[in-house]
Design a protein around this ligand. Structure first.
Ligand code: NAP
Length: 225
């Protein structure tokens, strides 16, 4: 599948790019600047020579991708998404975006967003896209280094078909399984949980992620190679 990543030049974008490329997907590395996209794609190719990394500005990436991932800071949603909306109509659009702020006592979720969550804001700005929230809680560094992430990926979105597409896509990530956690209404909970993970990492060290126990009929995690 051809996966466009907006902000594919960033930490999580590059981590997902290399991970999906290693599973055989073609990656369109999106950026606000063709030059930064070129540099990031060259770096990704150096890190994983077998992969296909196509550098493009975000709008061209949106048109080229069969599925898209929004991997930018939340402050950029309002300027980034509207010019892409037409190209995203009918496509699954995964958002990893978290709205976080940092105080003396640690990371906190931003609650006074223009919409109930970052995912809702993206859905509002690209109304015909099938927006799904996923990968918000995964550590970028481990993905970039292609270390297995023993983690569950919580997936929320309006369209069940889109959620299932993301569950399937997640089989590409060693050590992960995605779980269909229901409607987009709960997206803020997934996004905000990243603040807790950052605080746990700071308090106890390491790279925490989410693991759900007690499910009887959930899929197995993709084996770590
Ligand atoms: N880092 C992690 O471990 C991690 C884990 C889970 C979720 N997340 C979430 O994933 C998103 C990306 O995180 P990141 O750490 O990869 O961020 P990042 O490296 O700071 O930024 C990603 C890319 O977004 C683009 N960008 C920066 N400011 C922008 C703006 N105002 N408008 C539009 N695009 C802008 C930049 O690409 P160009 O300049 O090339 O356009 C940048 O390379 C965030 O929302 C974060 O909360 C991160």
């Amino acid at each position: 599948m051809k996966i466009a990543i907006f902000g594919g030049t960033g930490d999580l974008g590059r981590g997902l790019a290399i991970t999906f490329a290693a599973a055989g997907h073609e990656i369109v590395v999106g950026s606000r600047s063709q030059e930064r996209a070129d540099q990031a794609a060259a770096g990704l190719k150096e890190g994983y020579p077998e992969g296909t990394f196509i550098p493009m500005e975000n709008a061209a990436a949106a048109a080229a991708g069969e599925i898209a991932v929004v991997s930018i800071p939340y402050e950029g949603i309002e300027s980034t998404i509207p010019p892409l909306a037409e190209h995203l109509a009918g496509k699954v659009v995964v958002t990893v975006v978290n709205a976080l702020k940092f105080g003396k006592s640690g990371a906190m979720a931003v609650l006074d967003l223009p919409a109930p969550s970052c995912a809702h804001q993206i859905q509002d700005l690209a109304p015909e896209a099938k927006v799904v929230v996923a990968y918000n809680n995964l550590p970028a560094a481990a993905l970039q280094e292609r270390h297995p992430v023993d983690s569950d990926v919580l997936v929320c979105g309006k369209s069940r078909e889109a959620r299932e597409a993301v569950v399937e896509l997640t089989t590409a990530i060693p050590g992960c399984r995605a779980l269909d956690a229901g409607p987009l209404a709960n997206a803020l909970i997934i996004e905000g949980m990243t603040a807790l993970i950052i605080n746990l990492n700071k308090r106890y060290g390491g790279e925490a992620s989410i693991a759900i126990s007690g499910l009887e009929n959930a899929p197995e995690r993709t084996p770590s190679h």
